[in-house]
Write a protein that binds this ligand. Structure first.
Ligand SMILES: *Cc1c(COP(=O)(O)O)cnc(C)c1O
Length: 448
């Protein structure tokens, strides 16, 4: 396994303590929901490879679109030129997004899409001489990427301690995460809304925008909230002209059951960030979509009103070709019905697991996403158990990556019912094998 030796010697992996993490999987091939290692061992990709993949690995339609495009035009600078794939994709996205999102700004990763949204929101006010509008609001537990602006708005995830003193001020609102049969959901929502009402009395005129992951906070543990709650938050923000930014980098492209979470909530944000599933998970591409009102606030006779931001690979033609192919697959393969099928298996199996294992709590499902927590009220070491869990999943051919005490599934939509049910049976088996250990967990899990 030469490439594994090279990897050990030369590579530095993301979000990983290289000193004591479990061994890496060496993946040489993918097909549908499966990943294969060099020995031909297969792993069911139950996390869509960090929430990217939609229609399956190495899907021939997307692979062909990329190959064909590479033979025609691989890249052109996007400041003073354009190309058919970027223009067509922009039109297609505007067609499927809520009506008032009409302008597509391209970049190449989710963190950048977030930085762009934050900068657009701030400069929108600045260009109108409203420099007092400089505060940002975000939810506790929200994750928006790992660049500085994204870290500032996501600092309550606890990932960024070394950088704390460099992060700009953000005002954090309580987030009422909930689950099946949660008796306190109304009370939690009222606490959060009361916080916002008080905040608005003091600071409404100083707030530029609120950024949020609508309906599901991914990285902080697939924490879900109710659509009606987001509706009420958006209404309050709107009453005070505060811009609403939806970071749909994870929730976009069907994860919550609709193409976008904003459609499920029936709230149109002023700015929306998309990446991850945009290309079907094939290539790095991102967009920040804005309303015409925001676009127009950047028009002027001099450059200083313009948005001075651009990435070398903005609107890369290969990425745009992949995104167009992925969007067409939503229709050709009736992807939204596949998500409904996955959703009903999730519901049944999360209940089944919860009934069988006393240490499972907070079972929750939305669209193609399912999650539950492991209770950590005993006295065993959670951090050692986290590594053992990954090993046990791996041994059974599952590619899962728990977030702390949260085990979640967010499979590619091409997963067959048999594959998904098999996945749940294997998870059940791991829970049985590790019963003693899981009954006595305590403290924090390591890593993310
Ligand atoms: C992954 C993620 C990001 C960051 O995207 P990258 O492409 O990893 O930079 C931002 N926001 C959310 C909600 C995400 O899940």
């Amino acid at each position: 396994m030469t490439f594994m030796n090279d990897d050990r010697q030369y590579v530095w992996h993301p979000f990983r303590q290289e000193k004591n993490s479990q061994p890496l999987l060496g993946i040489v091939r993918g097909k549908g929901a499966l990943l294969f290692d060099e020995q031909g061992g297969s792993y069911l990709d139950l996390v869509a490879s960090w929430w990217l993949n939609l229609h399956g690995h190495a899907h021939p339609t997307i692979a062909k679109a990329i190959g064909d495009q590479a033979l025609v035009l691989e890249q052109v600078l996007f400041a003073d030129a354009t190309h058919p794939q970027a223009a067509t994709l922009a039109r297609r996205l505007v067609e499927v997004l809520p009506e008032s999102l009409t302008r597509i700004f391209y970049s190449d990763n989710g963190s950048s899409a977030v930085e762009i949204a934050l900068k657009m929101a701030y400069q929108y006010w600045y260009n109108q001489g409203r420099t007092e509008r400089r505060r940002f609001i975000a939810f506790e537990g929200g994750y928006h990427g790992d660049t500085f602006g994204a870290m500032a708005t996501g600092r309550t995830t606890g990932f960024y301690k070394p950088f704390e003193s460099y992060l700009f001020q953000v005002d954090f609102m309580p987030y009422p995460d909930t689950w099946e049969g949660d008796p306190d959901v109304d009370a939690k929502e009222e606490v959060a809304l009361a916080w916002l009402e008080t905040y608005l009395v003091q600071h409404a005129k100083e707030a530029a925008a609120m950024i949020m992951e609508p309906l599901v906070q991914g990285a902080s543990g697939m924490r879900m909230c109710r659509p009606t709650f987001i509706q009420r938050v958006a209404k309050l923000l709107r009453e005070h002209d505060i811009l609403v930014i939806f970071d749909e980098v994870m929730t976009g492209f069907g994860r919550t059951g609709e193409l976008f979470a904003c459609q499920k909530i029936q709230v149109t944000p002023d700015l929306i960030c998309l990446s991850k599933g945009l290309t079907g998970g094939f290539l790095p591409l991102a967009v920040t979509a804005a309303t015409e009102a925001i676009f127009e606030a950047f028009l002027g006779d001099t450059f200083d009103k313009a948005f001075a931001h651009g990435h070398s690979f903005a609107a890369n033609p290969l990425g745009c070709a992949a995104a167009l192919a992925s969007l067409s697959l939503f229709e050709e393969e009736d992807t939204l019905s596949a998500i409904r099928r996955i959703n009903s298996i999730h519901r049944e199996k999360i209940n089944w697991l919860s009934e069988r294992h006393p240490f499972i709590q907070y079972g929750r499902v939305m669209g193609g996403i399912a999650a539950f927590n492991l209770k950590t009220s005993g006295k065993g070491s959670a951090s050692a158990t986290g590594r053992r869990l990954k090993e046990e999943f791996q041994k059974r051919g599952l590619f899962l990556r728990p977030l702390g005490s949260v085990i979640y599934l967010i499979p590619p939509y091409c997963i067959t019912s048999d594959q998904l049910i098999h996945g749940y049976e294997q998870i059940d088996d791991v829970m049985k094998v590790m019963y003693e250990e899981l009954m006595t967990l305590q403290g924090e899990f390591d890593g993310v």
